[in-house]
Design a protein around this ligand. Structure first.
Ligand code: UDX
Ligand code: UDX
Length: 461
């Protein structure tokens, strides 16, 4: 099949490479020349485990064709997946400029019978507007528009795109919908082989999505067909609900700090209830990344646009916004004051990615610098991105090694839970410090053993 993808971000490039891997002639289109140039060399331009392998396979086989040219990229397409960015707009809602520009332009180049599939997260009602825009751009075009949002997580983007936990397609053209289910089933059928070629892709995948129970589930049982509006809402609701779980855990962590309870123990107990589940109840610095922050704000705006009270969603955002300041307060309680050197481990918004969009770790670095501390931070992958999105300041420097983070620091804070930070030689590193204080803002280190080396505190215990 001839398939085109518009937007080569985490969502678009991962899908493009997989489609090429299973034999489709796949054009991937972007508007940024450097991105297309890098992909042409057989590499991804961002860090995502296993993706380079797949991109290389696509380029070498000739199945993956990166291009800046909409005409070349779209003229033969049977299916067009749309995965351009939907960042937060000035009014708090999702900015749909890229989506509407892309469909308007694309409608002029595609052939009759083409199926458009929206993969980006969009507010409810976007599909209806996109259809009008395409009809205006090319009144004689015969096309189908479907909404089929993606659910992949950065750091396990490849695996999440091979084995999806559900595929929700909104629209009313049953034949077109089946065609899209078939495309995804073909990818899932090759899961074992692709995973063998790139074993590293499962390193960060730890959820139900990749459990045995899920692997043995019949593909058709995961396929859900809805109306366009419902499919659009499923995605934004799922992300907001997960964000709500995190804010709930962070809120409870504060009472745990006050009364001497342990938030991990509390959430272990709460999460044992299968109706609730333990996942996304890990208290920490709060959520960041390219999706949760903008989707929570986007849902709030959609509710308000329809005259519906958005207080519940507002609180998810409020708790998350406060979390970084709460951690700064906890550091002060350890008698670390203005002017002190603070080391920080981690900058990425979560482990396994170089992405620092709305990263709580970077925001903590900025907050500490603003409060008068002298901060040095490092990360295994995200230093370059951090330099661009959260530029260095007089009091905030990004350093290459963990030794520089510990050197002369009065406290070190663990801000991103990279697995490699769980295995550091803390005994030796502590010798570099001027005072041996440690704060685990991700609750991922063993309190008992760390307390033998440091005056050790963590969130919510
Ligand atoms: C994006 C959306 O942000 C998210 O809401 C959705 O769920 C899936 O698609 P992601 O792939 O992480 O997620 O976004 P990003 O990495 O920003 O990639 C978007 C790509 O689209 C970029 O490569 C950008 O250059 C490209 N783009 C943007 C276009 O090709 N055309 C445009 O007009 C604008
Ligand atoms: C998310 C969704 O999980 C995915 O389905 C969607 O398509 C895109 O958005 P992603 O942003 O890659 O994926 O990361 P995710 O693993 O969901 O984590 C988001 C943020 O929440 C991170 O900052 C992470 O550190 C934080 N988090 C997650 C917690 O603080 N506690 C948790 O229990 C889980």
């Amino acid at each position: 099949m001839n398939i085109s993808i518009i937007g080569t971000g985490y969502v678009g490039l991962t899908l493009s490479a997989l489609l090429a891997r299973v034999g489709h002639k796949t054009h991937c289109i972007d508007v940024v020349p450097e991105k297309i140039e890098t992909i042409k060399t057989g590499k991804s331009y961002f860090y995502e485990l296993g993706l380079d392998n797949l991109v290389k396979y696509g380029i070498d086989s000739g199945n993956l064709i990166p291009t800046l040219d909409y005409g070349e990229g779209l003229k033969d397409a049977d299916v067009v997946f749309l995965s351009v960015g939907t960042p937060s707009g000035k009014d708090g809602g999702l900015d749909l400029t890229y989506i509407f520009d892309a469909v308007k332009k694309a409608a002029k180049y595609v052939k009759d019978g083409v199926i458009f599939v929206q993969r980006s997260t969009v507010p409810v009602g976007t599909g209806e507007k996109a259809i009008i825009i395409m009809k205006e751009a090319n009144p004689s075009l015969k096309f189908t528009y479907l909404s089929c949002p993606e659910y992949l997580r950065e750091s396990s983007a490849v695996l999440d795109s091979i084995i999806q936990d559900r595929i929700v397609i909104g629209g009313d053209d049953k034949k077109a919908i089946q065609k899209i289910f078939d495309i995804f089933e073909k990818i899932e059928n090759e899961a074992e082989e692709i995973t063998k070629e790139t074993p590293e892709i499962s390193k960060y995948a730890n959820s139900y999505m990749h459990s045995n129970e899920h692997k043995t589930m019949k593909f058709s049982d995961k396929c859900i067909t809805t109306c366009l509006e419902s499919a659009e809402l499923v995605k934004i609701c799922a992300n907001s609900f997960l964000a709500m779980k995190i804010s709930f855990a962070n809120n409870i962590a504060r009472i745990c700090d006050s009364v001497g309870a342990n938030v991990n123990e509390v959430m272990d107990g709460v999460g044992m209830d299968r109706r609730i589940s333990r996942s996304f109840l890990y208290a920490g610095l709060g959520f960041g990344g390219g999706c949760f922050p903008k989707d929570v704000k986007g849902l709030k705006k959609s509710l308000e646009d329809h005259g519906i009270d958005s207080d519940l969603i507002k609180m998810i955002w409020k708790v998350n916004e406060e979390q970084v300041d709460y951690i700064v307060e906890q550091v002060k309680k350890m008698n670390i004051f203005k002017g002190a050197r603070v080391g920080m481990l981690g900058l990425a918004f979560k482990p396994g990615t170089s992405d620092v969009r709305v990263s709580p770790a970077c925001r903590l670095g900025k907050a500490l610098s603003k409060a008068g501390y002298y901060v040095r931070a490092t990360d295994p992958q995200a230093i370059n991105d951090a330099k661009k999105e959260f530029p260095e300041e007089k009091n905030l420097k990004y350093v290459d090694t963990v030794e520089e983070v510990f050197d002369s620091s009065e406290i070190v804070i663990l801000a991103t839970d990279w697995p490699e930070y769980k295995e550091l030689d803390y005994e030796n590193l502590s010798k570099l410090m001027s005072k041996k204080n440690f704060y685990d803002a991700r609750n991922c280190l063993d309190k008992k053993s760390m307390s033998k080396i440091f005056k050790f505190e963590n969130l919510g215990s």
